[in-house]
Ligand binder design. Structure first.
Ligand code: GLC
Length: 426
């Protein structure tokens, strides 16, 4: 539960030009966002850069150099060189979608890498400082105004266009949510003596729920996924739910069944491809669940193309059922996270802004999650969904820009709590 120093919702009337940098998992994205006068409107231009796989297990120097290079390329492409010299520093919102403890909004110490990242020299360090050092070398006309989490961005971006939004969540490579708390209910910031009813967004980091393994039953496959990950013992909940792991859980179950003499699947076939860890991603399960044919011919093609396995009908049915089980568990556990926030805050009805590849693309995920919410929150039969999880606005782009705008507004209003380098922000 990390306080984020995002002190309230946007009004919808935020204005200005901002840069946003989004380091989430697969890609690095740089955006320029214009918030015009009109309520809840925005314009965005963006470029995506591939996050090289080696970088994810490299060292901090390479990471920040790469990120600063991408940012520089983007700025130079979209602005004339002469502009750059006279330009005031553009405020930047940096979406860093990993757990960071923040004493200030423009600061954040990485607690631990998640989602398979393992870059040396960043854990326990101030990410904002490392990033700013790389910016300074290049003399870029940019001022880091806010370091944010993707969930907080999603909460704020969705609230910008829909004021019924109370929760922002990500169901993608990782899983997590953010919501608005009252300062008086946050023991971690009690020493600031802030007005108890002042709002502050909390990044729950609930991917780390049940790291102690006392609540959720784990399968042998969950245990292998955890043991073989770069951070065993961390992100217990996330490892059962998130997109990064769904395909791997499926693969491990099939390998186990193949080795089980009593079951006899893929008999006499070369399953060497299936032995390679993380060969299947969650889109593999999506495609199986989407196979419209009674004889599962698309699943058969997929098994053949990807794994060089010729599966018979019962084997195909097994694959389909396994994908359904993994996908359903993911959706239902995801709903538990949202329900937990609703219960804690006594929220009876609200909109939840959700983003991420699993939410947006995994078949039946939304419907399965909605059924689970109905069961947990005990809605009457026939009553429509009171907590409605819906596609979010772009949290890591527009959300980051909005949070930069909200921070600058606070500097102008003289509310400097949780802001480190207010100079140059107003
Ligand atoms: C992981 C990260 C978290 C992020 C989530 C979704 O759980 O630890 O910070 O919000 O993935 O991207």
């Amino acid at each position: 539960m990390n306080p984020t120093w995002v002190m309230g919702y946007p009004t919808g009337y935020e204005e200005g030009t901002f840069l946003a940098l989004d380091m989430g998992g697969t890609n690095l994205r740089v955006c320029e966002i214009i918030l015009p006068e009109e309520k809840g409107e925005f314009e965005i231009i963006q470029s995506k850069y591939r996050m090289p796989e080696e970088l994810k297990t490299g060292d901090s120097e390479e990471l920040w150099e790469y990120i600063a290079d991408c940012l520089q390329q983007f700025i130079e492409y979209h602005h004339e060189v002469e502009d750059l010299e006279i330009l005031d520093k553009i405020p930047l919102g940096f979406t860093f979608s990993f757990p960071a403890t923040q004493e200030y909004i423009d600061h954040g110490v990485l607690q631990r890498w998640t989602k398979g990242f393992d870059i040396a020299g960043v854990e326990g360090k101030d990410v904002a400082g490392q990033f700013e050092a790389a910016l300074a070398k290049r003399k870029l006309p940019v001022k880091l105004s806010a370091l944010i989490n993707d969930t907080t961005g999603t909460l704020i971006a969705s609230a910008y266009t829909d004021d019924a939004t109370k929760i922002g969540c990500i169901f993608g490579t990782g899983c997590n949510a953010a919501y608005m708390e009252n300062c008086g209910s946050v023991p971690k910031i009690a020493h600031y003596n802030l007005p108890p009813d002042m709002p502050i967004a909390i990044n729950c980091e609930y991917g780390a729920f049940d790291n102690e393994h006392v609540v959720l039953p784990r399968t042998p496959y969950d245990i292998i996924v955890d043991n073989d990950s770069p951070r065993p013992g961390q992100q217990a909940f996330e490892k059962m739910i998130a997109g990064l792991y769904l395909g791997e859980l499926f693969r491990l179950a099939l390998v186990d069944l193949h080795q089980n003499k009593g079951v006899k699947i893929f008999e006499g076939q070369d399953i060497s491809k299936l032995h390679k860890a993380y060969t299947l991603d969650s889109s593999f399960l999506s495609m199986i669940e989407e196979d419209p044919f009674e004889n599962l011919s698309e699943t058969a093609d997929l098994m053949h193309k990807t794994l060089n396995i010729t599966a018979n009908k019962p084997e195909l049915e097994l694959c389909r059922r396994l994908a359904e089980l993994i996908g359903t568990r993911s959706a239902r556990l995801s709903a538990c996270g949202v329900a937990a926030i609703c219960k804690k805050k006594n929220i009876e009805a609200c909109h939840v802004g959700a983003d991420g590849s699993v939410f947006n693309r995994y078949p039946h995920f939304k419907a399965r999650g909605a059924v689970a919410l109905r069961e947990i929150l005990d809605w009457k039969k026939g009553e429509k969904d009171k907590v409605d999880i819906r596609p979010a606005e772009d949290g890591s782009g527009v959300g980051a820009a909005l949070i930069a705008a909200l921070t600058i507004k606070r500097v102008k209003d003289g509310n400097l709590v949780g802001i480190k380098n207010a100079k140059g922000m107003s």
